[in-house]
Structure formats: C-alpha cells, structure tokens
Ligand binder design. Structure first.
Ligand SMILES: *Cc1c(COP(=O)(O)O)cnc(C)c1O
Length: 456
C-alpha cells in the first residue's frame, strides 16, 4: 500500500510501524511498506481505508463462515454483555450460554462425541489435547504413552504445543521447537511430493509412514496421532483417496488415540458438519475453533469421545483451564452462529449447490498455462502455479510466483492467499453463485497478469 490517498491510512500505517508487532510478519518490511487497513465488511466483501472493495475469498483466516455483517451475532453479544459479561467455569460454577453451547455442539458432532472442553482458540484446543491425552493414558495405567505423531507441514496453531504439533519448519526454527515427545511423518501432498508415483500409490505410501513411525517409537510409547482432515495452512492439501482408508486400517491395529484438527474443516467447510464426516473418519477427539463463532469473537474447544470422558471421570481434577474457557459472550455468539448455520441450512446449501458450482468453475482454471493443478472440496480450493504443466516443475523460489499472484489479486479486489506457489481459497460458506463467478473471473485475470509478470 504505497502512496495512500486517505490521510487516515497514513496515520494508521505510522501507528503500525511505531507501535505494533504483527503476527507472521517481517516487522521491518511491514513498517516500511505499511499494512492495508481493512475498515469494514459485509457479506463476502471487505472495504479498505482507501475505499477499495475486495472479495474476501479467504473468509478472513478461514473463519467467517456465515459472512460479515450479521447483526444477529452483534445483538447476541450485546444481550449477553448486558446480562452477564463474564463469569468462569472454574471451581464448580458455570454459565447458561457455555452449557447450552456444549449441548448444541454435541448435537452436531459425530455419534459418541458428546463433551466439549472450551478454550479461547484453536491453538489452546491443541494444547488442551496434548495434556488430556497424556493424562488419559496415565489414568489407564500406561504413563509411558506420551508421544504424539503429527505430520510435516501440518498446522495446529502457534502456542508452544500447537507449533510443535504443527510441522512448519520455519516455526520450529524459532524458539527451539518442537518440544520433546512430538514426532512428524510425511504429509500426503501428492502434487508437491508424489514424484513418479500415482496419487493412489502415494496415498498408501504416506499412510504407511504412520505405521512405520508407530513401530519405530513403539506402540507402548505412542499416545495419539493428530491430523487435519484437509491441511489448510499447508496449502489446502487434500490427501489422495487411498490415504484415509489406509490410515483407518492402521489405527485399528494399534491402541492409540486419533485426533482430528477440525479448526478449518469443522462447521460445514467441506459440505458436511465436520471433515471427519466427509472422509468417514472416527476420531477420539476433535479440535474446533474458527467457524464455531464465524470469527466474530475468539473461541475454540476440544470435543472428546464418550469412552475417554468415562476414564477422565475417574481421574479426579484435570488441572487445566483458561480464564476465558467458555466465555459467556463468545458462547452466546457461537450459539447464534450455529442457529443461523442450521436454520438457514447453510451447510446443506454448500453441499448441494454452491460447493459443486465453485469446484466446477474453479477447475476451469486448470487450462491456464500457469496452472499445474486445481483441487478442492466443499468451500476449499487450491491452484498450483507451475513453470511446466506436464512435469509439475515450479518457478525458482526467488521468482516468488505465488506472492506476485497474491499482489495482483489484492490490487484487483480479490483476496487469495499464497502458500509458496500454491494459491488457496476458503470463501465464506454463504458465497453466492454470482459471487463465485466474480471470484473465478478475477482469479483468471490475475493469473494472466502473473504469467505476464513472470515472463517479463
Ligand atoms: C488456525 C488453526 C489452528 C490455530 O487456531 P488459532 O485460533 O489461531 O489458535 C489450529 N489448527 C488448524 C488446522 C488451524 O487452521
């Protein structure tokens, strides 16, 4: 955002440079360039402080499921703030919204998953998971089961446990991560890492890495396997069809817990309520956040299977919790968000109408000279930028093809995110067919501009 016209933009950018440290940012570079200032939003659109209207094909950070500007959520928050703005769930107290939300979540989650532990975020949900699974195994008389198997390039948040469970090398390099007791296996990313294997064969190979790791670490030491049904931040990585069935087969052979990180897939993004429903997986725990409140207020949680709750019930105090666990305002907003998702049949419409339409239109981009693959499920999509469509050869990383494309998108009123040279989208679940048309047309135009820039 160089040379803004609005003097307020300049003021805010100065505040950013002088006082703010932004997440996942190069502080100095951002200080020089200045952030784009987003000032308001409605439906699937954002407006910046320069008056530009932008189609937000990322739903914020994957979270604004029901779209921006739903007054009902503001009203729910306002009502709850006036009735009871805060009370906690510690020391044998509770609040109506937290309990009503726990019940509402249990009605949506897979059978046999009827309890939820509330947190302030997805990262805290995964921290809770780490402590709970180890506590569970200790109660079962198997305190040696400590190790959690996760995947390279997975994303599970930015707290110490979350970043350790995640498989992002750049995160591990800072702060001495991962913490002990967390190991990583290969990800099922055929387009990037499948080499000469067919997707099916690669999916089997990637699943077998789980069994290899269980045997290497020793079943008696393994507490759990955690995975996103579809990797989000890693680049909307959809495993080959062979992957999840093979993983289920392996998990059935060993006594370890299976944790689905549903922070992105949960609450309708795949066209089912949870990504686990979409793939037919039966996790023991599910981390939730993002779509739970449509991002209007922060909230996360960990959904736990009944058999595990039974064991925990015999274990005395679970010495863990957050000041804002089940915050009544967040819970009231989540309840209203869930009411809207259900009553307006938003998930059903995604499955029957808008996701098939988005996926069909998005795949039209596969004929573009710069595009090596288009993939997607539900309201998730990825476009792989390549130098050579046949060999899947990338542009050299110093060309920064993804960042060039992202820049053109921003300048042309579209937010797509770049993960390396993978362009990804995750629009609000309420996006209409006309807005999908606009998204795809803008994406094609920006691919053209990117191709031209790369050849120049
Ligand atoms: C965003 C995300 C998290 C972390 O959630 P926060 O609310 O940012 O802490 C965890 N897992 C997945 C899959 C995510 O996408």
């Amino acid at each position: 955002m160089s040379n803004p016209n609005n003097p307020k933009t300049r003021e805010w950018q100065a505040m950013s440079r002088d006082h703010h440290l932004a997440p996942f940012s190069d502080f100095k570079q951002l200080g020089e360039k200045g952030p784009r200032i987003i000032t308001r939003a409605d439906g699937v659109y954002l407006w910046d402080s320069e008056g530009n209207k932008i189609l937000d094909a990322m739903a914020g950070l994957w979270c604004v499921a029901i779209g921006y500007g739903r007054k009902e959520l503001a009203d729910a928050a306002s009502r709850q703030m006036q009735e009871l703005p805060y009370y906690n769930l510690f020391f044998q107290t509770a609040t109506p919204p937290a309990l009503e939300l726990a019940k509402a979540i249990a009605e949506l989650t897979p059978a046999g998953m009827n309890h939820v532990f509330f947190t302030g975020s997805g990262s805290e949900g995964n921290d809770t998971m780490l402590r709970m699974v180890r506590h569970y195994w200790a109660l079962k008389g198997k305190p040696g089961k400590q190790v959690i198997i996760a995947r390279e390039n997975g994303y599970h948040g930015s707290t110490v446990a979350g970043a350790s469970l995640g498989g992002m090398k750049g995160m591990h390099e800072q702060g001495g991560l991962p913490i002990p007791g967390i190991v990583h296996i290969a990800q099922p990313y055929w387009f990037g890492e499948g080499g000469d294997m067919t997707p099916e064969a690669f999916g089997i190979w990637a699943a077998e890495q789980l069994e290899k790791k269980i045997l290497e670490v020793g079943e008696e030491n393994v507490a759990a396997f955690i995975a996103e049904p579809i990797q989000g931040a890693g680049g909307v990585i959809i495993p080959p069809d062979s992957y999840w069935p093979k993983v289920r087969e392996i998990l059935a052979r060993y006594e370890i817990l299976f944790v689905a990180d549903e922070v992105i897939c949960g609450f309708g993004r795949t066209g089912e309520w949870f990504g686990s429903d979409f793939f037919g997986n039966t996790p023991d725990m599910m981390t939730i956040a993002k779509g739970l409140t449509s991002g209007y207020v922060p909230m996360g949680g960990l959904v736990v299977r009944d058999e595990i709750v039974e064991v925990l019930n015999e274990g005395g105090d679970f010495n863990h919790g957050f000041t804002y666990s089940g915050h009544p305002v967040a819970a009231a907003v989540a309840l209203e968000n869930i009411r809207i998702l259900r009553e307006e049949k938003i998930v059903e419409r995604v499955k029957a109408e808008t996701a098939p339409y988005l996926q069909r239109r998005l795949r039209e981009l596969a004929d573009h000279p710069l595009v090596g693959e288009v993939r997607g499920i539900g309201m998730l999509g990825a476009i792989e930028l390549v130098k050579n469509k046949q060999t899947r050869e990338r542009y050299p990383s110093d060309k920064a093809a993804g960042m060039i494309c992202r820049g053109h998108c921003f300048d042309n009123g579209l937010i797509m995110r770049a993960v390396g040279d993978t362009m990804i989208i995750s629009p609000p679940l309420v996006i209409s067919q006309a807005e999908i048309d606009e998204l795809v047309e803008k994406a094609r135009h920006c691919l053209d501009l990117t191709a031209r820039a790369l050849l120049a």
